[in-house]
Design a protein around this ligand. Structure first.
Ligand SMILES: Nc1ncnc2c1ncn2[C@@H]1O[C@H](COP(=O)(O)OP(=O)(O)OP(=O)(O)O)[C@@H](O)[C@H]1O
Ligand SMILES: [Mg+2]
Length: 334
């Protein structure tokens, strides 16, 4: 018999013994035992259902073999107390996870506020400076001979390009259309810009026909942003396909490329320096979502994220603001 199995059997026997002792004589010591046994089950990787099954098996065996004095209802009540005590480590863990998720959500919001601040500063401050540069240039150019003026028009064109680039970057950082038109439109905008900058052919297919809660939309937008950055930096791909839609009660989004691919298992364990995929996991965790990566060397990569819609839809304000956009949108950017 394996060590783990023996340990489980001992645990089950101890549980039944402590429960029987509690039913017969009561007492704090048995309840402390219940708590300790629950804690051991939890650290051994058991879930709530395992615990209930263990309890059920113990109650059945006690009722078969032991004679418990007192009315049956009293026995059931005490067995319930014992079970509740053994479950309290699970309850505490459940609460701790809830609290950790709340902290993660708060952290996401703080990060978002910071990104918005940078986006605005980039847009407004850099924008104002560029206007000042244009004005000074106009003034300086006016005093130059005609031939030099013609040459300066090239500089003006370049400055115009810098201005456009800054504006695009600030919009990419926090696209106003995410708030006004929703996730699909913002991702299309991002895809168009990235496609233009990198030469990647990026397709966006969205069947999303409802407006998402803002906190969810921004997380998915950031994930697509990081996925595209990864494709640009690591994949040596020529094509990317982004899909957004619902499946059942889940929001699903995938980013597939036709690049060099990688071994996700190796990355998870051997690349602690990379923050991108870790950041995606953490952002998703706060939404109760999941990340799945399908990739193999030489065979491209697909990053798929899902998160339950209903949790976020509990936020009634967002549920009210439904999008008027129809389903089946497809856009191509290259
Ligand atoms: N689409 C992809 N194609 C090929 N390799 C990828 C792709 N996406 C991720 N990877 C691999 O996974 C690794 C981890 O990605 P991750 O985004 O976590 O970190 P990073 O991009 O290296 O650094 P950071 O995101 O912190 O700037 C990358 O270094 C790369 O080796
Ligand atoms: Mg990255």
């Amino acid at each position: 018999m394996s060590e783990t199995l023996r340990f489980q059997n001992d645990l089950e026997r101890n549980y039944a013994r402590s429960l029987a002792s509690y039913l017969l004589t009561g007492g704090e010591a048995s309840l402390e035992q219940a708590y300790e046994l629950g804690r051991m089950k939890l650290t051994g990787g058991s879930g709530v259902l395992d615990m209930v099954n263990l309890h059920h098996a113990a109650v059945t065996s006690i009722l078969d073999h032991d004679s418990i004095p007192g009315p049956p209802l009293e026995t059931i009540r005490k067995a319930g107390e014992f079970l509740a005590e053994s479950m309290s480590p699970f309850e505490m863990t459940h609460r701790a996870v809830g609290e950790a998720n709340a902290v993660l959500r708060k952290l996401n919001e703080t990060l978002e506020e910071e990104v918005q601040r940078i986006a605005l500063a980039l847009h407004d401050d850099a924008g104002q400076l560029m206007v000042a540069v244009h004005l000074s240039l106009d003034e300086a150019v006016r005093e130059l001979p005609a031939e030099a003026q013609a040459r300066m028009s090239g500089v003006r064109t370049l400055l115009g390009l810098v201005e456009d680039r800054i504006r695009d970057l600030s919009r990419e950082l926090h696209p106003p259309m995410l708030d006004h038109l929703g996730l699909a439109a913002a991702v299309e905008f991002l895809a168009a810009n990235v496609g233009q900058r990198t030469g990647l052919r990026i397709t966006v297919d969205s069947t999303l026909d409802e407006r998402l809660p803002p906190a969810m939309a921004i997380v998915f937008y950031r994930i697509v942003q990081e996925a595209l950055t990864n494709v640009r930096r690591h994949a040596r791909a020529t094509r990317v396909r982004i899909r957004i839609g619902k499946s059942g009660r889940l929001l699903r989004c995938s980013v597939s490329d036709n690049g060099v691919g990688f071994d996700p298992a190796r990355i998870v364990h051997s690349n602690p320096a990379g923050l991108g995929l870790r950041g995606i996991r953490e952002r998703l965790h706060a939404l109760g979502g999941k990340l799945r990566i399908q990739s193999a060397e030489g065979r491209g990569a697909t990053l798929e994220v899902t998160a339950p819609l209903q949790v976020m839809h509990a936020d009634s304000t967002s549920a009210r603001r439904r999008s008027s956009r129809g389903p089946g949108r497809t856009a191509r950017h290259s």
